[in-house]
Design a protein around this ligand. Structure first.
Ligand SMILES: [Zn+2]
Length: 257
């Protein structure tokens, strides 16, 4: 059940209102603010579809959530492309959807988190609280190192490197010091993300670079709507992802188990 909310029921910073105005001017559409009473696993979503621009809030959504989602919406409106997984195996897509969407989010956040901080909204605080939590750190320390990378851990470390201050980032990386493959991947993905210009082209380059580093076939990631119309490709699930990592030009800094 979607409920139309009036924008004036939230106090938003001037800069955020300019983001909304920019999306409306470029898209020619009014940005709707909606409440989704059924949304439980996320605080908010940005919807950008033909004929529709909307910020959707879960019931506990607040100004921080609205500005955060406006940030994503603005990037989409400015031409930052959508990313799609391609495979003939729906299970593979299902298993990797979260990884892709986390990666897209982390790379996009770099483009608007500093602006949110300037507005007096600290988007890094949530990551710091999540990742510096004693139980989360203990779980990381207790995690056995595997031969193939654990994608959830890679994304946890990448989030620490991109979205927490140096103290928490160091705490998290120390807790994961024995997870050499995940740590190496996260550090290199952070380098790729930080080196990319904050433009649609830079985003595409960072996504492609990280996806390649993770060892996935080139055709398993489609960037942009035109590409998504291409036919899906078959993916060799038997190939260990790390094989592709090692095939890259970069030299791994860890010793393989
Ligand atoms: Zn986000």
């Amino acid at each position: 059940m979607l409920l139309d909310l009036p924008w004036h029921s939230f106090h938003l910073p001037e800069e955020a209102l300019r983001w909304r105005a920019e999306v409306e001017r470029i898209s020619g559409l009014r940005v709707q603010l909606l409440r989704d009473g059924t949304m439980t696993d996320a605080e908010g979503e940005a919807w950008s579809e033909p004929g529709l621009r909307a910020v959707v809030l879960a019931s506990d959504g607040n100004a921080m959530t609205i500005v955060h989602e406006l940030g994503h919406l603005r990037l989409e409106t400015l031409g930052w492309p959508h990313c799609y997984l391609c495979s003939e195996d729906p299970d593979w897509i299902e298993r990797h959807y979260g990884l892709l969407s986390d990666l897209v989010s982390l790379i996009e956040h770099r483009a608007f988190f500093p602006a949110m901080l300037n507005m007096g909204l600290d988007p890094y605080a949530a990551s710091e609280a999540d990742l510096a939590d004693a139980e989360v750190l203990a779980a990381l320390r207790a995690m056995p190192a595997g031969v193939t990378p654990d994608w959830a851990v890679v994304m946890q470390l990448l989030r620490a490197l991109l979205e927490t201050g140096p103290v928490v980032a160091e705490l998290v990386m120390q807790a994961a010091a024995h997870l050499t493959v995940e740590s190496w991947l996260a550090r290199h993905m952070a380098e790729i993300a930080c080196a990319a210009p904050l433009t649609p082209e830079g985003f595409s380059r960072a996504m492609r670079g990280c996806w390649t580093l993770l060892g996935f076939p080139h055709d398993s990631l489609q960037i942009g709507e035109d590409e998504a119309a291409d036919t899906a490709v078959e993916i060799d699930l038997n190939r260990p992802p790390l094989g592709d990592v090692l095939a890259q030009e970069v030299t791994p800094q860890f010793v393989l188990p």
